[in-house]
Design a protein around this ligand. Structure first.
Ligand SMILES: *Cc1c(COP(=O)(O)O)cnc(C)c1O
Length: 295
């Protein structure tokens, strides 16, 4: 797994030409089949910090199909740590493919009810004596932001007018905002239904001078986090056939759909160059019924 596995894929489509736009996709997903592109970068500095502080176990939170859980299990093992995942919901009779992978990477799984899961402080208290190194759900935090800005040290994005990413916790968007120069616009596409608190969540990761130097669009959640509609699945299959680009239904499909729709609505200035981060997440497609996707 190396940062040099990332590459740029240009996309050609009539809806881009008609609006005099170009679109490149930064394939962060190319670093690993299971470990989400952006998650590995977000985890990097947490693990460094844990090492420097002589910690032995990494603990974090997530759902049964969480990209962050499986990425943490993998990255922790790779760096020589034990890992613990606090999993939302009762232990299922059949483990999700994601949790099976996490177990395979040596993660200890602890199931908590959905109610108990919400009270993170209480969970931290329960396990306070274990001396674990805790990472926020989704890797939210400044070390996560730092890992994202590292991407742009090796992959120059200064020629683009718009940088676009999917938004979960907002950590990736914050890193993108930090990497932008003054003339560039950072756009985040929320995968959740009207999560207005995101604006502050991103601002809290940024220095004051960069507060609100980004736009979050909330119109492309397709029913909410983890939800999808047939039109989104059709879009994913079309994109795969036309561009040989695989997307995940939770984040990147909604993001590219948003880019296409916004382009048709003349949201982007004519003549602009766009860069979309492909943040990965393809492993989560395994939660869909067989044969729904063409890939
Ligand atoms: C986690 C995730 C995101 C969201 O990243 P944040 O930094 O939490 O906003 C986007 N895309 C994919 C594929 C992810 O797994």
């Amino acid at each position: 797994m190396k940062a040099s596995d990332i590459y740029i894929q240009p996309v050609e489509a009539s809806w881009l030409k008609q609006n005099n736009l170009t679109l490149d996709v930064l394939r962060l997903d190319a670093i690993h089949k299971i470990v989400s592109g952006n998650k590995w970068f977000k985890l990097k500095h947490y693990l460094k910090h844990a090492k420097a502080n002589k910690q032995h176990t990494i603990a974090t939170f997530g759902g049964a199909w969480s990209n962050h859980i499986v990425a943490t299990a993998f990255a922790a093992k790779e760096a020589g740590f034990k890992s613990v995942g606090i999993i939302r919901g009762e232990e299922p009779v059949t483990l999700s493919a994601t949790l099976q992978n996490a177990l395979h990477y040596g993660m200890q799984l602890i199931y908590v009810t959905r109610d108990a899961y919400r009270d993170k402080q209480r969970i931290l208290k329960t396990y306070a004596n274990n001396n674990w190194y805790w990472i926020n759900e989704g890797g939210y935090g400044k070390p996560g932001v730092k890992g994202i800005t590292d991407i742009f040290k090796t992959h120059d994005a200064s020629m683009y007018d718009y940088l676009v990413t999917a938004v979960g916790t907002g950590t990736t968007l914050a890193g993108m905002v930090k990497a932008c120069n003054k003339h560039q616009k950072a756009i985040g596409v929320s995968s959740m239904k009207m999560n207005i608190a995101l604006q502050d969540a991103v601002n809290n990761l940024l220095p004051k001078r960069l507060h609100n130097h980004f736009t979050i669009v909330h119109d492309y959640h397709f029913g909410g986090y983890g939800k999808h509609l047939p039109v989104l699945i059709d879009f994913m299959n079309t994109v795969y056939h036309q561009h040989h680009l695989q997307l995940d239904f939770i984040y990147t499909a909604k993001t590219l759909y948003a880019i296409q729709d916004l382009a048709k609505k003349s949201f982007f200035k004519q003549g602009s160059k766009l860069l979309m981060l492909h943040t990965g997440g393809l492993q989560g497609n395994r939660s869909l019924a067989a044969k729904v996707l063409a890939f």
